[in-house]
Ligand binder design. Structure first.
Ligand code: FAD
Length: 326
């Protein structure tokens, strides 16, 4: 935050102001409904010494829950188990004097509801948003857009860009004060799982940038060469905005199977062997930390603007990494 002017700063301005230095940033997940926000603060506190200019807060899709009825019958309901993204963003801004980036999804939201979320952000002084399509719900085999909702992230970016121009969904709205959102979008160094080819996925990324996206944050990757190739290919087709690498330390042995399955990404064989040799998850966590330190050092040496860590709710490993890199 630019406290001199007492107003938030855009991610792109944070990058410009860093003058070639690499920033540290991270993403957090809202707590489950019914949990205190204190646990979140306890995980964020140790990371603030690395001076993140911004923290991302994810938004989760709604999911089916089953409620036990009399006679043992189960009633199915749809609910969002981790609500509160914008509220958490506001509370972190005030508690830590840091910019926050709420993730805004196409999935599960009508355009009207999205407009309300954006208006809330405006009133709270949140000037950065990540525009994402979202995944399919757990019981769906492919993504189904909400009726009256945005189908692709590029459409959501257009909606946000329109709002920046004072164009609301209904033309009856007269504006005297436009929003001024800096818009982030997702990029995939190993291609999005649904995309038929890398070239096609890059063209879709270009559509998001052409629609108004100001920067890209990548899906996690474990081989930096994948990121370097991705940036080179993106530049070749005219994507000039900053491309922030997003990375995550492996923390449990199960990740060897889950991450490739969920994100369709590849793990380098040296990393796989190192994890396979570990006797327990304590050793896995340490091996994950060591790998991510090396990855981070190489990315920093290459002059990336920010290294963005997927913290998945626990910060001890991210702190161990950051203390060796920043
Ligand atoms: P899109 O850019 O819309 O792309 C989705 C797919 O459609 C791609 O295969 C693309 O190539 C294709 N496509 C795009 N446009 C078109 C078109 N016009 N015609 C045909 N095909 C097209 N998920 C959450 O639920 N909550 C989060 O908070 C969240 N945060 C994330 C943060 C980051 C940094 C990243 C990388 C991902 C995040 N995700 C999150 C996951 C994300 O929602 C999924 O990866 C989702 O499947 C795709 O989202 P997208 O915004 O990249 O979609």
């Amino acid at each position: 935050m630019d406290r001199a002017g007492d107003r938030p700063m855009k991610i792109t301005d944070h990058i410009k102001n860093a003058k070639g230095e690499t920033h540290f940033s991270f993403e957090i997940i809202p707590p489950q409904k019914g949990q205190s926000i204190q646990k979140l603060y306890d995980n964020i506190d140790p990371l603030m010494e690395f001076k993140p200019p911004f923290i991302d807060v994810t938004t989760s899709r709604e999911e089916h829950v089953y409620i036990k009825k009399e006679g043992g019958l189960l009633e199915q309901k749809i609910t969002r188990m981790r609500p509160g993204t914008v509220g958490i963003c506001a509370s972190l801004m005030h508690k830590y004097n840091v910019d926050t980036v709420p993730h805004v999804l196409c999935g599960g939201f009508t355009k009207e509801e999205t407009e309300y979320v954006l208006v809330d952000c405006q009133y709270l002084g949140i000037e950065n948003v990540m525009a994402l399509r979202g995944d399919a719900m757990k019981h769906e085999s492919y993504f189904i857009p909400q009726k009256e909702g945005n189908k692709y992230a590029s459409e959501l970016v257009s909606q946000i860009s329109d709002l920046n121009k004072g164009k609301y969904l209904h033309e009856i709205i007269e504006t005297t004060y436009n929003s001024n959102f800096c818009i982030g979008v997702a990029g995939y160094p190993e291609k999005h799982l649904e995309s038929p080819s890398m070239a096609s996925d890059l063209r879709k990324l270009k559509e998001k940038v052409d629609a108004g996206a100001d920067y890209v944050v990548t899906q996690m990757f474990f081989d930096n060469q994948k990121y370097f190739n991705f940036v080179e290919a993106a530049r070749k087709i005219g994507i000039t905005v900053p491309i922030i690498p997003g990375i995550k330390p492996i923390a449990v042995k199960r990740h060897l199977n889950i991450l490739p399955q969920v994100f369709r990404l590849n793990l380098p064989d040296v990393l796989v062997s190192a994890i396979e040799k570990c006797k327990d998850n304590k050793e896995v966590r340490q091996a994950g930390i060591e790998w991510t330190i090396e990855q981070s050092k190489e990315l920093k040496a290459a002059g990336v603007p920010v290294i963005h860590y997927y913290s998945m709710g626990k910060s001890d490993n991210i702190k161990a990494i950051a203390s060796q890199v920043f």
